[in-house]
Design a protein around this ligand. Structure first.
Ligand SMILES: Nc1ncnc2c1ncn2[C@@H]1O[C@H](COP(=O)(O)OP(=O)(O)OP(=O)(O)O)[C@@H](O)[C@H]1O
Ligand SMILES: [Mg+2]
Length: 262
């Protein structure tokens, strides 16, 4: 096995969806990577192919061109190797919250009893206290999202792919989940690839941020976020933060203007 600090690589990913209505070029020659332990975000306008890219990296969708490497090994089209939280929460309606969050462990062969015992103490920290035996349809959108996030964390892969995991959360819960995510990332030395619309979120959490263009999605720019860690919330008010934000917003705007002109 090729040892490399380059944990995850997507190289030259191109994807066109073919529908009855015609062809939709969705991703064009997209390359992104994450080093071991790195926190990387992908930001771009709605519909630019971010979720498609993440599902290709997760091995659930096959690209037309390009490949995905994990630890230097080609894993294109192989599912189950990384933790993946899709944009839609995909909770199983007939399972309780607790039994939803342990689903991936059960599939991996852990006994339901052991998996429940492990998940139970986390339920409260995720703001789901008192809802362990509730069914998904009785939860708010934010609670469903947190349950799906907890399930992804409990899957225990070294890579976490998160597709707008906090999109439906209010600002306060969102900041609690940010702290939690950074804690998981730190303690368990995970590698995270996060898709988000939220520029502040991308800067606050990431080591690097990719900016994508509108359809067909391409990587337009890449930013290193050099702000020191640990990052606390008042960081968003500092000059340094605002400098990063201005650069990112301007790259996002340029990418949209570029697409409009072509
Ligand atoms: N399975 C599919 N079949 C056909 N078209 C698809 C499929 N999946 C996505 N698309 C199309 O590809 C384009 C990109 O979709 P995608 O969901 O990747 O965008 P996104 O950047 O995640 O958007 P958002 O920010 O709104 O979540 C869209 O035009 C979408 O309609
Ligand atoms: Mg999406």
């Amino acid at each position: 096995m090729a040892m490399t600090s380059m944990l995850l690589q997507a190289q030259g990913i191109t994807k066109t969806f073919v529908e009855k209505a015609g062809e939709l070029p969705t991703l064009r020659n997209v390359s992104v990577h994450a080093r071991q332990g790195e926190f990387v975000s992908i930001i771009g306008p709605s519909g630019c192919g971010k979720s498609t890219l993440l599902s290709i990296v997760a091995g659930l969708v096959t690209p037309d061109e390009g490949r995905v490497l994990l630890h230097g090994n080609v894993v294109t089209g192989q599912a189950g190797l990384v933790g993946y939280m899709p944009q839609k929460d995909l909770l199983v309606p007939w399972r309780t919250v607790l039994d939803n969050v342990i689903l991936s462990q059960e599939i991996a062969g852990v006994s339901r009893r052991a998996a429940r015992a492990k998940a139970m103490p986390l339920i409260e920290g995720f703001g789901l206290g008192g809802f362990a035996s509730a069914y998904p349809h009785t939860l708010s959108g934010g609670m469903r999202q947190r349950a799906a996030f907890l399930r992804t964390v409990l899957f225990e892969k070294e890579v976490l792919l998160l597709d707008e995991p906090f999109g439906a959360l209010d600002a306060l819960t969102r900041s609690t989940m940010h702290e939690w995510l950074l804690g998981v990332w730190n303690k368990l030395s995970k590698t995270v690839v996060l898709v988000t619309h939220d520029v502040d979120e991308a800067i606050l959490l990431s080591d690097r941020v990719y900016v994508m263009t509108p359809l067909p999605g391409q990587v337009k720019a890449e930013f290193a976020i050099t702000l020191p860690r640990p990052r606390l919330y008042d960081l968003v008010l500092t000059q340094d933060f605002l400098k990063h934000k201005a650069a990112l917003l301007s790259a996002l705007r340029d990418s949209v203007a570029l697409a409009g002109a072509s």
